[in-house]
Design a protein around this ligand. Structure first.
Ligand SMILES: O=C(O)CCC(=O)c1ccccc1C(=O)O
Ligand SMILES: [Mg+2]
Length: 306
């Protein structure tokens, strides 16, 4: 049997993050502590991302508040697929409670990508991140006009050192035509290849169009919103997605199931943050350390004041 204590938290961003989904200025989540009958403690975190299709903070809180004072393993293993961030939070708390004092894999060896501020601010932000060792950067697009964003992208590419790599993330904000225009630019930067990939160009319901684009252009396309949870990821895998899968472990469901799937299917995976705290980040990076095939998207410290 287990007991739970939990604590909601709020962290404000130093500056709001602008994406195609809108302006985001505060990360809300829940920190969990599980205790088993032997007095062992396990920590976990629920960091929902409802605009990606996960549960809301309120739904996660409701789940936590309505667990009985003492509950069994079965209850923790039977959390609904409709609560993927809760599945992750409880699943990783269980692992941290019962695990070998994590052979800490080679978390330290992972390469990290840094998220740039959206728009012109990207141009002044990257040098400090370069000094901190980042060589891969992500820029949000699909926010202002195509011409403005393409200008900015060209300027950024001309200012970044040749060894830098840029990821473009549209958060589903393009249409078929603008996606093609972006992919022309991306392919044009090859073979020196400054643009690593284009992330989620089209909305989730346009899988077939993204499949077509991925065959038409050399620059890889990465699915993100389309593969937010493990069942969605499996669905896209089974439909033959040939490109990259962005995995946000904190909203994808039970970490055990994610690990199992990635260990048995050779997918090109980018592990990515949802602005979780150190607790969730640790659990995500532990998965990434053995399963990641590219730089991970956890370079976000510069977004918080504390
Ligand atoms: O993946 C990264 O490099 C940074 C994380 C990131 O971009 C992100 C963070 C929170 C919510 C959504 C997204 C996203 O990839 O769209
Ligand atoms: Mg994304």
């Amino acid at each position: 049997m287990f007991r739970l204590s939990f604590q909601p938290y709020q962290r404000r961003f130093k500056q709001a993050l602008r994406t195609h989904h809108g302006l985001w200025s505060q990360r809300d989540g829940i920190l969990l502590q599980l205790e088993d009958e032997r007095g062992r403690m396990g920590k976990g975190e629920i960091a929902p991302l409802p605009w990606f299709g996960s549960e809301t903070l309120e739904e996660a809180l409701y789940f936590c508040r309505h667990l009985p004072a003492r509950f069994s393993l079965h209850e923790l293993e039977a959390i609904s697929e409709a609560l993927p961030a809760c599945q992750f939070g409880f699943g990783s708390a269980l692992e941290s409670l019962s695990h070998r004092p994590a052979a800490s894999e080679n978390k330290e060896a992972l390469l990290h990508s840094a998220l740039l501020p959206t728009g012109k601010a990207a141009l002044t932000a990257w040098p400090a991140l370069w000094k901190r060792g980042y060589r891969t950067y992500k820029l949000k697009i699909g926010v202002s006009s195509l011409a403005t964003e393409q200008d900015l992208c060209r300027t950024l590419l001309s200012e970044l050192p040749p060894s830098a790599q840029l990821r473009l993330d549209a958060n589903g904000g393009l249409d078929a035509q603008t996606a093609q225009q972006w992919l022309e630019i991306c392919d044009g930067s090859r073979p020196t290849s400054d643009i690593e990939y284009l992330e989620q160009p089209l909305p989730v319901n346009q899988f077939e169009d993204m499949l077509r684009l991925s065959k038409q252009y050399t620059t890889p396309i990465a699915l993100d919103e389309s593969v937010a949870t493990l069942p969605q990821l499996i669905h896209c895998y089974e439909k033959g997605w040939p490109g990259i899968f962005v995995i946000k472990p904190a909203i994808s469901g039970y970490p055990q199931q994610l690990r199992q799937f990635c260990q048995t299917h050779a997918i090109d995976a980018v592990f990515s943050s949802v602005f979780e705290t150190e607790i969730g980040r640790h659990a995500c990076l532990q998965l990434a350390a053995t399963l990641s095939t590219r730089a991970v998207g956890f370079g976000l410290d510069h977004w918080f004041a504390d």
